[in-house]
Write a new protein. Structure first.
Length: 107
């Protein structure tokens, strides 16, 4: 087989860079080419099968990409909430220190 990459070891893991499944442009739909040979049919079936078998892998990669993006977004939201909570705590401590200083100055 002269195609680059296999099902177990694709040429690239990026679904956008994988070969798209396009119909052949050099022949009209539903026609049989004049130089039809059995090996061409076998190769085209084998490529189609390989491409069809790679679809679930591409979908799984896209799904994992979405899950990782969502997890990162969730972590950022948690960090932001924690930072705001710490900021409020620091502001309350600052106000207590100001009040204590004011009380000390007044006496």
């Amino acid at each position: 087989m002269n195609t680059a990459g296999t099902i177990d070891r694709p040429l690239t893991h990026d679904p956008k860079k994988q070969a798209p499944m396009k119909p052949s442009t050099h022949e009209p739909a539903g026609s049989t080419p004049e130089d039809f040979t059995t090996s061409d049919a076998r190769d085209s079936r084998q490529n189609r099968t390989r491409e069809m078998q790679l679809i679930p892998e591409a979908l799984a990669r896209a799904h994992m990409h979405d899950r990782l993006y969502e997890a990162e977004r969730e972590r950022r939201a948690v960090r932001l909430a924690t930072a705001r909570r710490m900021q409020r705590r620091a502001e309350r401590a600052s106000m207590r220190a100001r009040r204590a200083l004011a009380m000390a100055v007044m006496q």
